[in-house]
Ligand binder design. Structure first.
Ligand code: GDP
Length: 315
């Protein structure tokens, strides 16, 4: 187990993943969790990152920061996704190596696997085929980060490990309809339909793509598990091992939020990759599996959204 009293730096702690990590580390008894807001530390600036690492000396790092977004944001802001993510990964990994960080966990993403690889996706399928076009820029940057972990291990012996999460959802998700992922977008759309008494809700694409979803608290738990139990070079998939169509997801959210409203598929919007279900047998063999069933996780995400909407309306 990694030392609960050693300083551990969680990058991106205001995001959905970073905030879940901080909650999980606190509940596990970590007493020295380091964080830095974007205004305190621009992770794209090597000099700033170097000086931050020099003064704070983290023993461990979980690297959850990144410029992220849904299918539309990825497709329309490729330069931003490529530049920000390339820089953020390069600076943090290099500073961690230079200051002798004991262990670092890098987070990839299931969208960096080839578009048309066999399902479920095994870790070794990485870089075996062309990427999905709608998120190619993001994927290239994330793959560079993942390969950097391997390179720092090989050349310098750094204990850098990596995990590959599937599509995530949960508290502190991004609910902006142009840049969000599908779960927060649909929670918001069905909620607004309920408030406004709308007859139908638009769901992008054909409804036929299949996606796997994991509650972010489960991901945070898996990250701690890997920090404590995994030392290998090969990345480890983190998912639920189950997927469903976007149409079925929309029905689940509709039934929980606004039963009876009609679902209208908007064929002018992209479907993206047809399927990306992770093979989670490696992680299961190590002894970890997810806890939150999708319906239960979606209900709690909707509760969280309602509490935030209520707070925003009252302020
Ligand atoms: P992806 O997994 O990288 O494709 O990212 P998303 O979570 O953005 O999209 C997943 C799937 O959900 C795609 O097929 C989208 O077209 C579909 N989808 C349906 N409605 C929505 C929506 O309102 N917002 C988003 N982001 N995706 C939607």
């Amino acid at each position: 187990m990694i030392d609960r009293n050693a300083p551990i730096f969680v990058t991106g702690h205001r995001g959905m993943v970073g905030s879940a990590l901080v909650r999980r580390l606190k509940s596990a008894g970590f007493g020295n969790i380091l964080t830095a807001t974007r205004s305190e530390l621009d992770l794209r600036e090597q000099a700033a990152v170097d000086s931050w690492f020099d003064s704070h000396r983290p023993a461990h790092v979980i690297h959850a920061a990144g410029t992220v977004g849904g299918i539309q944001a990825n497709a329309t802001r490729p330069a931003e996704f490529l530049y920000d993510n390339l820089m953020i990964h390069a600076t943090v990994l290099h500073a961690a190596y230079r200051t002798g960080v004991e262990k670092l966990l890098y987070l990839g993403s299931s969208c960096i696997y080839p578009r048309d690889c066999p399902q479920p996706i095994k870790e070794e399928y990485l870089l075996t085929g062309p990427l999905e076009k709608t998120n190619e820029a993001y994927a290239v940057a994330k793959i560079a980060g993942l390969k950097s972990c391997e390179a720092y291990r090989k050349q310098y012996g750094c204990r850098f490990i990596s995990a590959m999460p599937t599509n995530l959802y949960g508290p502190n998700d991004n609910f902006d309809l142009t840049s969000s992922h599908v779960v927060p977008a649909l929670i918001r759309k069905f909620h607004e339909a309920r408030i406004n008494g709308a007859a139908e809700v638009a769901v992008w694409g054909s409804g036929r793509p299949r996606r796997e979803f994991l509650h972010v608290d489960d991901l945070a738990d898996a990250c701690l598990f890997l920090m404590d139990n995994y030392e290998g070079e090969e990345t480890i998939n983190v998912g639920s091992g189950e997927d469903l169509t976007i149409a079925a997801l929309a029905e689940l959210i509709r039934d929980a939020v606004c039963p009876g409203v009609r679902i209208a598929f908007d064929a002018s919007m992209p479907d993206g990759t047809p399927r990306k279900l992770l093979d989670v047998s490696k992680l299961r063999a190590l002894g970890w599996r997810h806890q939150t069933a999708l319906a239960e996780g979606l209900a709690s995400a909707y509760e969280w959204y309602c509490s935030r909407v209520a707070v925003a309306a009252a302020s």
